[in-house]
Design a binder for this molecule. Structure first.
Ligand SMILES: NC(=O)c1ccc[n+]([C@@H]2O[C@H](COP(=O)([O-])OP(=O)(O)OC[C@H]3O[C@@H](n4cnc5c(N)ncnc54)[C@H](O)[C@@H]3O)[C@@H](O)[C@H]2O)c1
Length: 101
């Protein structure tokens, strides 16, 4: 399976932690977990994968533009090689208006 790089939000939560454990344990994909760690966030739920080279965690609030989305976008712009393969596959950026069709 061609390795993909997945950006996931809320994966210290109930559903996300199960999804991200599944991805790391059963696929060869990489995953970045962005989570604010509210009362619902629990890093214990993903402790079994925290040392995997294909997993990384960033504590960010995705609703706070300056601390969340802005830093995330800046990171992607500095690491274009990391995410360029996503754009080269089936997703053509339609919803973002990157292409018109
Ligand atoms: N034991 C159980 O059966 C159980 C336990 C928990 C939840 N549930 C159910 O699961 C469903 C909810 O699960 P879920 O995984 O969607 O939600 P969740 O509340 O379990 O997890 C949400 C995650 O998103 C993070 N988050 C919230 N706001 C954020 C923000 N602004 N920026 C970044 N991260 C943010 C939280 O820290 C948390 O880790 C509900 O139906 C709930 O009733 C069941």
């Amino acid at each position: 399976m061609k390795q993909k790089k997945l950006l996931m939000t809320g994966s210290a939560g109930f559903i996300g932690s199960a999804v991200i454990r599944h991805i790391i344990n059963n696929t060869n994909h990489r995953a970045v977990n962005i989570d604010k760690l509210t009362y619902a966030g629990n890093l214990e739920a993903i402790s079994s994968i925290e040392n995997d080279d294909r997993y990384s965690f960033k504590k960010l609030d995705i609703c706070n533009f300056s601390s969340g989305i802005k830093k995330t976008v800046e990171w992607y712009l500095k690491n274009k090689d990391w995410c360029e393969s996503i754009r080269e596959t089936s997703y053509k950026g339609q919803r973002l208006g990157i292409i018109s069709k």
